[in-house]
Structures are given as structure tokens and as C-alpha cells.
Design a binder for this molecule. Structure first.
Ligand code: NAP
Length: 284
């Protein structure tokens, strides 16, 4: 699995990680979720993204905790605090609850899930305290536009933002307008979420879908692999597809470490253009 430096932190992590939103499914599917994540770890997708919100704690407690049991040191573990919990005290409490559910003493990265009503300084200062207490390695945000990101940076006094996790798939490339460039200049890693549009991937029957199919055929790959490869072509981007099916986990793990040609890139640019300049950052 191709790895790259996670922004200014210098920590090398795989360009393709694993999402966990809605991985819980029914109770019989939970075991499958655990096994899928463990297979992903075996294949090098050691960046696991979760959140207190996912399954109201069930994903952390019953799926991720079990998947990482006995192999915590291999994993770059990320969780998120809900904006409604993100007061100073609430952030500390939420983090401690996530640690308890995940059965670990530390998170590699903790994110504010999206901008909320609490002043950003409260959340950032709580996260700084959690770093100084050894409960977090790095802190970051999610779904922050440029202005919000700058405000979060200004609110910090002892730490730097390590990450902005944002929506990024072929049909939503708004981050390429300004945000990606700013984050790269600041050494803030950009993790793109919902790389398959949260289950809304271009149909092979559509003309844009056919462009992907054609490129995939030439490389002996699949359209999904072409998409993930394209979404991680920039040296400051990472992606976190969610997959419960083993076939999907394997397919995703083989999406990096090979290169799309200039002709391929131009064809994808044409089929899935960057939106016009004033397009806001979307959330799924
Ligand atoms: P996604 O990864 O875009 O799509 C997931 C869907 O794609 C699932 O139905 C999955 O099926 C399917 N899939 C995965 N690999 C496939 C493959 N190789 N071929 C065909 N289908 C495949 O959706 P997402 O879960 O919204 O996004 C990924 C992760 O990003 C989340 O799980 C979460 O960790 C994170 N996220 C963060 C935010 C945020 O606000 N920060 C928001 C949304 C998501 P199976 O599961 O059946 O294999």
C-alpha cells in the first residue's frame, strides 16, 4: 500500500484508509464489519476513521474496538466529536468516552465533525489539553471551509491543525477550488470522505461512467480503483472508502501505487469537471 506523509506531522500513513459510517448494519452484519476492517488492516489500510456519532457509539464500541484489538500500534485511529458536544468540557468528556468505547488510551487524530454553535476556541483548547494529557497525538477539523479553517488555526495556541476531512468524490471536487491549495501550503493533510459519493457512484451506463470503465480496462483495473487513484493523485490527499464486503475491501486496497496517464487524467477532468469558482464546500 502506498503511504505518504500526513501533512506537517510527517507520520507516514496509507493513502487509502477505511471509513466506518453505517458499517454496523444489522446485528448479524456487525461481525462482518469487524472482519472487513481486519482484512483491510492486513492489506495495509491502517487508517481507520470513526466517530462518536456512528451508530451512536456502537461502531466505536462493537466494531472498531474489536477490529483493532491486539493491533492498536498498527493503526492510525481517528475519531470525531459531535458539534453539539464540542464545548470545552464536552469535548474532553466526548473524547474520554470514545477512548473507553475503543478500548485504547489514545487517538492518533481527533476531529470536530463539522462547525457548530460552540465557539471554536473552546473546542480547540480542549483538544490542546487532550494532547498535553497524552490522549491525542494530533487534532483537526472536518467540513471546514477556508474561513472556518483559518479561525480554527487562530484559536490554537500550543498545537497546529493536522487535518481537514472533507467531502471529495468525482462529482464533488469543490475542495480543488481553493481549500486543497491552502491546506497544502499550511501542511494540513486533506482526507477526502465519501469517495464513492456515499453509494452514489457513476453508473457504467452513463457517459461519465463509461469514461471510467474505458480507463479501467486499459489498466486492468476497475472503475472504483480509477476513482480512488484519481482522488489521491495530489500528494496531500488521502481517502477513506467504507466497505463491509470483502471483495470491496480487496478492490479498494489495490487502487493506489500505480499511475494514471496524462491522457486518463484529462479524460476524467472532462467527464467530472471542477465546479465553478463560487461553489461552496458541501457536506454529505
Ligand atoms: P463511500 O465510501 O463513498 O461509499 C460506501 C459504499 O460504497 C458502501 O455501500 C460500500 O459497500 C460501497 N463500496 C465500497 N467499496 C466498493 C467497491 N470497491 N466497489 C463497489 N462498491 C463499494 O461512503 P461513506 O461511507 O459515506 O464515506 C466513507 C467514509 O468517510 C465514512 O464511512 C466515514 O468514515 C467518512 N465520512 C465522514 C464524514 C464527515 O462528515 N467527516 C461524512 C461522511 C463520511 P459495502 O459496504 O457493502 O462494501
Amino acid at each position: 500500500m502506498l503511504k505518504r506523509k500526513f501533512g506537517w506531522t510527517g507520520v507516514e500513513i496509507p493513502v487509502i484508509g477505511q471509513g466506518t459510517w453505517m458499517i454496523e448494519g444489522s446485528s448479524s452484519q456487525r461481525r462482518r464489519g469487524v472482519d472487513a476492517l481486519r482484512l483491510g488492516l492486513d492489506l495495509g489500510m491502517t487508517h481507520i476513521d470513526t466517530a462518536e456519532m456512528y451508530g451512536s457509539g456502537i461502531v466505536e464500541e462493537e466494531i472498531v474496538a474489536e477490529a483493532i484489538e491486539g493491533r492498536r500500534d498498527e493503526v492510525f485511529l481517528v475519531s470525531k466529536v459531535l458539534p453539539s458536544n464540542a464545548s470545552y468540557e464536552g469535548t474532553i468528556r466526548a473524547c474520554e468516552q470514545s477512548l473507553r468505547r475503543l478500548k485504547t488510551d489514545w487517538l492518533d487524530l481527533y476531529l470536530l465533525h463539522w462547525p457548530g454553535a460552540y465557539p471554536i476556541a473552546q473546542t480547540m483548547h480542549a483538544m490542546e489539553k487532550l494532547v498535553s494529557d497524552g490522549k491525542l497525538r494530533f487534532i483537526g477539523v472536518s467540513n471546514f471551509c477556508l474561513e472556518e479553517l483559518k479561525a480554527a488555526e487562530e484559536a490554537l495556541s500550543t498545537q497546529r491543525l493536522a487535518c481537514n476531512q472533507v467531502l471529495y468524490h468525482l462529482s464533488d471536487r469543490a475542495i480543488e477550488l481553493h481549500l486543497l491549495q491552502y491546506c497544502t501550503e499550511q501542511g494540513i493533510a486533506v482526507v477526502g470522505y465519501s469517495p464513492f459519493g456515499h453509494g452514489n457512484f457513476p453508473s457504467p451506463r452513463s457517459s461519465a461512467g463509461q469514461v471510467l470503465e474505458e480507463i479501467a480496462k486499459q489498466h486492468g483495473r476497475t472503475s472504483r480503483q480509477v476513482a480512488l487513484n484519481f482522488l489521491t493523485r495530489h500528494p496531500n490527499t488521502f481517502t477513506i472508502p467504507k466497505a463491509r464486503r470483502f471483495k470491496h475491501v480487496r478492490e479498494n486496497s489495490e487502487a493506489a501505487g500505480w499511475t494514471l496517464t496524462d491522457k486518463d487524467l484529462a479524460a476524467i477532468e472532462n467527464a467530472f469537471p471542477v465546479p465553478k469558482d463560487d461553489t461552496p464546500l458541501n457536506m454529505i
